[in-house]
Design a protein around this ligand. Structure first.
Ligand SMILES: C[S@@+](CC[C@H](N)C(=O)[O-])C[C@H]1O[C@@H](n2cnc3c(N)ncnc32)[C@H](O)[C@@H]1O
Ligand code: SF4
Length: 327
């Protein structure tokens, strides 16, 4: 019996992103339309027991790392209770969380006690007014959340910054200094053509190679190393402990090493961020599928993984919103 998940292109899938809600308390302009209301209904959401079951099936087949995401995961009620259940699954070695940190001050300690080991926080600007324009949210809440995460001892804390030309590309050096001061890791992300938010986000796309060259003129950059095995390529600023990750899905895609799949809150497994290939698990779970058949279904789903996204070849092809897939 095959006990790992290998797709038709020879890639082993060992990482799952779990979206626990498609809702969000922010409206980042590259992610969700301003007035978006077309969210899934509670009866469509996988329950904690269903999530536990399906993650158990993935774990039995070799998935070792799970990142909880959304939408904004902290808007799902009782999230620490779910974390506790997932942390108890044998073979899940790494349970992490991506959040906008709006509600993190309240939940940081409980999440850590429940078993979250690492945390990523989205932060695109350190100017309150600009932050509000990008996200419609309040910067001070995010900063409070970040500091609470630091206090309870999450380390490393990674800051995800979507770099947008003419929006926040003048802030990268500020963000570098902020991350050095607080011992955060910085990850710069290219804007992806995902979901048409009606706010023309992709016109702000910026090739991160240009940012790398700009930083190299100001700082001495040396190869960096970060655990996690993700798509970021890291450089360290010499003389500091700061690692800067460059995530370049558009300018230099990393599909040949893609080791992940994404489970949406409604039980749909998306095999690629930029393609429509998917498999529905909710009907199977609600029809009382056996553990053995569930594992067979997982194996089958992985055979549907496409070779690559086509952000550059078909820039006009936008798929569902990032908040729906689980970024
Ligand atoms: C969809 S969010 C979900 C988790 C959480 N709400 C957050 O913001 O961290 C995950 C990540 O996707 C990124 N993201 C969303 N839309 C994007 C886009 N069009 N291009 C690049 N990154 C995007 C966000 O910046 C965030 O870092
Ligand atoms: S990027 Fe995260 S915080 Fe921003 S709207 Fe999307 S899900 Fe919400």
């Amino acid at each position: 019996m095959q006990t790992n998940l290998t797709d038709p292109f020879g890639r082993t899938v060992e990482y799952l992103r779990l979206s626990v809600t498609d809702r969000c308390d922010l409206r980042c302009f590259y992610c969700l339309p301003d007035d978006y209301r077309d969210f899934s209904e509670p009866e469509e959401w996988l329950t904690f027991a269903e999530i536990e079951r399906i993650i158990g099936a993935f774990a039995a087949l070799g998935v070792r790392r799970v990142r909880i995401t959304g939408g904004e995961p902290l808007v799902r009620k009782n999230l620490p209770a779910l974390v506790k259940r997932l942390a108890a699954i044998p073979d899940i070695e790494d349970l992490s969380l991506s959040t906008n940190a709006v509600a993190l001050a309240r939940h940081a300690a409980a999440l850590q006690q429940a078993g979250i080991s690492r945390i990523n926080v989205s932060l695109d600007s350190l100017h309150a007014e600009r932050f509000r324009e990008i996200t419609h949210g309040k910067l001070d809440r995010v900063l409070n959340g970040l500091m609470a995460a630091k206090r309870v001892g999450f380390a490393p804390i990674k800051i995800n910054m979507v770099v947008m030309q003419g929006v926040n590309d003048d802030e990268i050096e500020n963000m570098v200094e902020f991350c050095i001061e607080h011992e955060f890791t910085l990850r710069l992300i290219e804007t992806m053509p995902i979901g048409d938010t009606g706010r023309n986000a992709t016109s702000h796309y910026l090739d991160l190679q240009r940012i790398k060259d700009r930083l190299a003129r100001r700082y001495t950059l040396i190869p960096g190393l970060m655990p996690g095995g993700g798509p970021a390529r890291y450089l360290q600023i010499a003389g500091t402990r700061l690692n800067i990750g460059f995530i370049t899905p558009v300018s230099q895609h990393f599909c040949e090493t893609c080791n992940r799949v994404r489970l949406a809150v409604d039980g749909t497994l998306y095999l690629c961020l930029g393609q429509e290939h998917k498999f529905e698990f909710r009907p199977l779970l609600r029809a009382g599928i056996s553990d053995a058949d569930l594992q067979d279904a997982v194996r089958h789903a992985i055979t549907l993984k496409p070779e690559r996204h086509e952000f550059s070849d078909k820039p006009g092809q936008v798929v569902r919103f990032m908040s729906m897939t689980g970024g």
